[in-house]
Write a protein that binds this ligand. Structure first.
Ligand code: PMP
Length: 369
């Protein structure tokens, strides 16, 4: 298929000069986030859940969406969803909860709220790239602290950087993306005790590990736990949430756009969040498949499979671009992290799929290795 050449409008020829004059140089230096096309491919590149919803549940969601008042703005506080979340998480009263258009939006809101001139964002690296990018959007200075061997948190180096930089905001993704490992709770606690500002413990992959910092929010004035529904079967909704002391949430709500969660997502989420048993069953299947897949991948020659507590696995191979290309030719999309960070040279990140998808992956890898 030949690519369509976009039409040029002569009157717009002057736009480039004005863009160069007024758009912030750090924004012009960025490349917009590219989402890989996945048409007809087995999609193991974005850490989504591989399970489609059962038909009866889809019908329930359709009915809920049919009832949405399309001519009205959505409920600005998303109160139905918030109540369903409080029940699902058994959140004690007295804690603040804020919902975002994906946890990506909450990361951005947090950065914007804390972006005093000169303020610093600190995070270990490699980690989720949106921490650095959101800091940049907000005009904050980002400081990365290299992870230790095996991608463990280097707590001594983190504490030294906290002492030196006095960050307004620290991000710790645990389990970490893209490395997959959870950080030691004792290391996270050291960071919490030393940090002068807010510490965000991002538990995007919390459904796939046993440890959570959520129960500690009520004992810890500078802790915010961030979560998302994207990794447990609802990526299409764009729904993330954060729990912290009400004082934090009150300030974040001032930065949040009044109608940040659209009514369709709210309607669907209210149905889905009542399906705790189904969500738990899917997570259990993913965990069992993760063990099986990691075991099989570890048998491939000249590769390193890193310990994971997420719904994906990081693997170092002899030639990541070639392996990624080989898998793509076999109809499987994975994330090639080579070139994304020096510590990730020749690394692939592979999302755990359905049992059949994982079998297809293993068969294709045997042809590639
Ligand atoms: N945090 C981490 C650690 C992630 O890996 C991701 C998704 N890649 C997010 C947050 C954002 O997820 P979402 O915006 O879909 O909630």
């Amino acid at each position: 298929m030949s690519a369509r050449v976009p039409e040029r409008h002569p009157a717009l020829a002057g736009a480039a000069a004005v863009v160069a004059a007024v758009v912030r140089p750090e924004i012009r230096a960025l490349t917009a986030y590219a989402v890989a096309k996945a048409d007809n491919l087995v999609k193991l590149d974005a850490n989504e859940s591989p399970f489609p919803l059962p038909g009866a549940l889809r019908a329930k969601i359709a009915a809920a969406i049919a009832d949405v008042a399309f001519n009205r703005y959505p409920d600005g506080g998303a109160e139905g969803v918030a109540a369903a979340l409080r029940t699902l998480l058994a959140l004690p009263g007295g804690l603040g909860l804020i919902l975002g258009n994906g946890s990506d939006e909450l990361i951005q809101i947090i950065a914007l709220a804390l972006a005093r001139p000169g303020a610093v964002v600190l995070a270990p690296e490699p980690t989720f790239v949106m921490y650095r990018i959101s800091a940049l959007y907000a005009g904050m200075r980002f400081v990365g602290v290299p992870l230790a061997a095996g991608f463990a948190l280097d707590a001594d180096a983190m504490l030294a950087a906290i002492e030196r930089e006095r960050p307004a905001l620290v991000f710790l993704a645990s389990p970490n993306n893209p490395t997959g490992n959870a950080f030691a709770a004792s290391d996270i606690e050291r960071v919490l005790r030393a940090a002068p500002g807010l510490v965000v413990v991002d538990e995007a992959y919390g459904a796939y590990t046993d440890e959570s910092f959520l129960p500690r929010v009520r004992d810890c004035a500078n802790l915010l736990v961030l979560r998302t529904l994207s990794k447990i079967g609802m990526a299409a909704l764009r729904l993330g949430y954060a729990v912290a002391a009400p004082e934090w949430i009150a300030e974040l709500n001032k930065v949040r756009q009044p109608y940040n969660l659209n009514a369709l997502s709210q309607a669907a989420a209210s149905v889905l969040l009542a399906e705790g048993a189904l969500l738990a069953q899917h997570a259990a299947t993913i965990k069992a498949e993760r063990a099986r897949l990691c075991d099989a991948l570890s048998g491939l020659p000249n590769t390193t499979v890193y310990a994971t507590q997420a719904n994906f696995v990081l693997m170092r191979v002899p030639d990541a671009p070639r392996w990624c290309g080989g898998l793509r030719a076999a109809g499987i999309l994975v994330k090639n992290l080579h070139d994304s960070h020096p510590a990730l040279a020749h690394c692939l990140r592979i999302t755990i799929g359905t049992p059949a998808e994982n079998d297809a992956l293993l068969a294709a890898l045997k042809g590639t290795a």
